[in-house]
Design a binder for this molecule. Structure first.
Ligand SMILES: C[S@@+](CC[C@H](N)C(=O)[O-])C[C@H]1O[C@@H](n2cnc3c(N)ncnc32)[C@H](O)[C@@H]1O
Length: 223
């Protein structure tokens, strides 16, 4: 029963042992080898992702160099960023992404260091995938390295996942706690200001719910 094995998660407290374990610890390369040209959330949730990017100005105007982390064949931008780099596990899915200019296959659970120079992007996004990271704080720290100061990192998520590949701490936490978990990744990475947590689909929304957590890159010299 989920309720019997809940993790006692409180902000600013260490993640308990086993939090980042997964039911299937085998290499992600094998799991993501089959082509999945599907959408992982419904149209209403996808629209909420695009609306948030618009609202935050991600990919728009001067914020046109964007990294989509843990990407596939869709990136959900209403307006295609002038330079969109997509990073994920399946080359064929990334190649089918019509908004991408640059495609990179890279396993963040093998190497959380991003294969990009410092200050490469105006912003980064990660849609419905943060729950698969086994070293999220290292990844978030590196996102703050490759995104220019003042740029945003926007994580969105719903209540669906590949359960064998999601970390245990995510599976045994509530939707509200997921926001706190991701916010804590931002805080512990040390590279962002205080993150914002928001439910982006209205309460009572009948389709897939959509939450977002985002923060702005702050370098030590700026803090
Ligand atoms: C649920 S799909 C979401 C895809 C896309 N972001 C979207 O919004 O439809 C999860 C994605 O995470 C990526 N992913 C999973 N594990 C990963 C890892 N270890 N390193 C990099 N990407 C990973 C996969 O390639 C897959 O495309």
């Amino acid at each position: 029963m989920r309720s019997l094995v809940r993790f006692q998660l409180a902000p600013h407290v260490d993640f308990p042992p086993g939090f980042f374990d997964r039911a299937d610890p085998s290499p992600d390369a094998a799991f993501y080898r089959p082509l999945r040209l599907v959408t992982h959330i419904d149209d209403g949730a996808i629209a909420a992702v695009g609306a948030l990017y618009d609202e935050l100005g991600v990919g728009i105007g001067g914020n046109c160099e964007v990294l989509d982390l843990m990407s596939s064949w869709v990136s959900h931008f209403n307006e295609t960023p002038r330079r969109l780099t997509v990073l994920g596990m399946n080359d064929d899915e990334l190649s089918a992404n019509p908004q991408a200019q640059t495609r990179v296959v890279h396993d963040l659970n093998v190497d959380p260091v991003l294969p990009f120079p410092d200050d490469s992007f105006d912003a980064a996004v990660c849609c419905v995938s943060v729950d698969y990271l086994v070293q999220p704080i290292e990844v978030f720290t590196d996102v703050a390295r490759v995104v220019r100061p003042g740029g945003q990192f926007v994580c969105t998520f719903s209540n669906r996942c590949f359960p064998t590949k999601a970390i245990r701490g995510w599976l045994y936490s509530s939707d509200a706690e997921h926001g706190e978990i991701v916010a804590e990744y931002f805080r512990r990475s040390g590279g962002f200001d205080e993150p914002v947590i928001e439910r982006r689909t209205p309460a009572g929304h009948l389709g897939d719910p959509l939450w977002a957590v985002w923060g702005t890159v702050v370098r030590l010299a700026d803090a």
